[in-house]
Design a protein around this ligand. Structure first.
Ligand SMILES: [Zn+2]
Length: 327
């Protein structure tokens, strides 16, 4: 059984999602774009009622962030979303730490104390917080052909931070890690492989230091599969209870996102090869295979041949435990 822990589903994508789940053996998917009250939450709830296996995460309404008591109000909203609307987690987008200003127009750090009531509430409710911090390392580097994400940054020049407009990546990750340390009672899913898939040692230390952290694999097989395969395999076996399978599949009226977006729009015919590339990486033994999201870099990856019981943990069981799904 497989649960995709990291998707973004808009109502216009619901029918395609049902087809994708059927064709790729997905028992469930988590929609990290569940929305907030009056801003998509009610629509997401209706989607989950129509499609069994679709699980929603609540997303704060950041427009209210400059008003007093923002954190406390969002904590209350999360509680209602969970208790009355069937939501099973909280998703924090990368805007926290990158773009969100406070009432004085200053950048809000990831460990902004205003949000402490929200993190505490998630812990009290027993729902995980999926948090995206920063971006790939290459987004801070000059956009030249030497940049390993040159293809992606050429299509999306606005994704580059090479102008120094936001703090270095290490600053953002340190803010996140301080926040995680301050809330040991709350489980944080540090998405995109801890938001530092380029550095296996960093992610190892993250998991060793904070027992309340788990990670997902979304849109990072390129970096994960680039490390020495024996080291990656050992990592997955050691942390088998703390890694969640996710892809960053997106379905909206704008089209299909398969981990990222490029100049060519994917079609439904591209979705199965995308999932197959994941199975091939986790389950196979091949060397030098293409990764699922070629726009993210022109290198190949090495498969890690995980044992069946580890695959069960990563593909489904860890998520089911975290989301309290009935067996
Ligand atoms: Zn995502």
């Amino acid at each position: 059984m497989v649960l995709d822990m990291h998707t973004h589903i808009m109502p216009s994508g619901l029918e395609r999602l049902a087809e994708i789940m059927r064709d790729n053996g997905l028992a469930a998917v988590v929609n990290l774009s569940g929305g907030s009250f009056g801003r998509g939450l009610e629509i997401s709830e209706a989607m989950a009622q129509r499609l069994p296996g679709l699980i929603n995460f609540y997303t704060p309404n950041w427009r209210g962030a400059t008003a007093p008591d923002f954190g406390r109000r969002e904590a209350e909203a999360l509680e209602r979303a969970v208790k009355e609307h069937g939501f099973r987690g909280l998703k924090i987008a990368k805007i926290l730490g990158i773009g969100l200003p406070d009432a004085q127009g200053q950048r809000v750090p990831v460990d902004w104390p205003e949000l402490d009531p929200l993190w505490s509430k998630a812990g009290e409710l027993g729902v995980p917080v999926a948090i995206h911090t920063g971006d790939p390392k290459a987004f801070w580097e000059p956009v030249t052909p030497a940049n390993e994400r040159y293809d992606e940054l050429s299509v999306h020049p606005g994704w580059s931070y090479a102008d120094g407009s936001i703090p270095p990546r290490a600053v953002l990750l340190a803010e996140r890690d301080r926040m995680v340390a301050k809330h040991p009672e709350t489980t944080f899913i540090c998405v995109h492989f801890g938001s530092n898939s380029e550095d296996l040692d960093y992610v190892t230390k993250l998991l060793d230091t904070y027992p309340n952290v788990v990670i997902d694999t979304a849109a990072r097989l390129g970096e994960i599969g680039r490390h020495p395969p024996d080291a990656v395999r050992a990592f997955f076996i050691k942390y088998r209870k703390r890694i969640l399978f996710g892809t960053d599949l997106g379905l909206s009226s704008q089209g299909i996102m398969l981990g990222s977006t490029g100049a060519d729009e994917p079609t439904m015919a591209d979705v199965k090869p995308f999932y197959d590339a994941h199975w091939r990486f986790f389950e196979g033994k091949e060397r030098g295979i293409p990764h699922p999201t070629p726009i993210q870099g022109r290198w190949t990856i090495d498969a890690i041949d995980l044992p069946d019981d580890v695959l069960s943990d990563v593909y489904y069981d860890n998520a089911a435990r975290l989301l309290k799904l009935s067996p």
